[in-house]
Design a protein around this ligand. Sequence first.
Ligand code: IMP
Length: 176
Amino acid sequence: MNVQVKDLHFEPFISHHSIQARVVELANRLTVDYHGKNPIFLSVLNGSFMFTSDLMKSFLAPCEISFIKLASYEGTESTGDVKTLIGLNHSITNRPVIIIEDIVDTGTTVKKILELVWQHQPESVKIMTLLFKPEALKENIEIDYVGFDIDNKFVVGYGLDYDGYGRNLNQIYVVK
Ligand code: IMP
């Protein structure tokens, strides 16, 4: 069924069933790759809350999960686009880190997060994203785990928003 989010119309794109099946596959791969390694997952808010929740339910090894956000620097100086990571309460030094993203579009966000995370001297950093738009990628970054490669079109649902709305939809919709 089509949905309207604010002024835009969307049609079903990736079903709840397909998402669930793919998420379990990804979690199984992570379980193999990180068994015995004591990883820490850094879930990037707000968009990846639903993906992270489902992914972690099928990850079957000891791990920690933390939620982070990329925010503009809030200091006394107006420093333009200086970004900071908020919410990183765990020590990630010498730990394997997996960043969990909802979507990688131009790659700017994830590149910035990578730079900030590496400052804490983790053992390794891998990127997991549910959705990836290869045509939109502008940064020279490698995405280690991808749920679905998608066309360069605007999507909502399953955590992804359009102007703050649509995150609660349990499947992914594409703009018409
Ligand atoms: P990037 O920095 O260009 O890779 O974009 C990252 C952010 O843009 C994501 O974390 C999303 O918040 C947002 N974004 C990019 N494409 C979409 C989309 O199709 N739907 C909803 N949000 C998107």
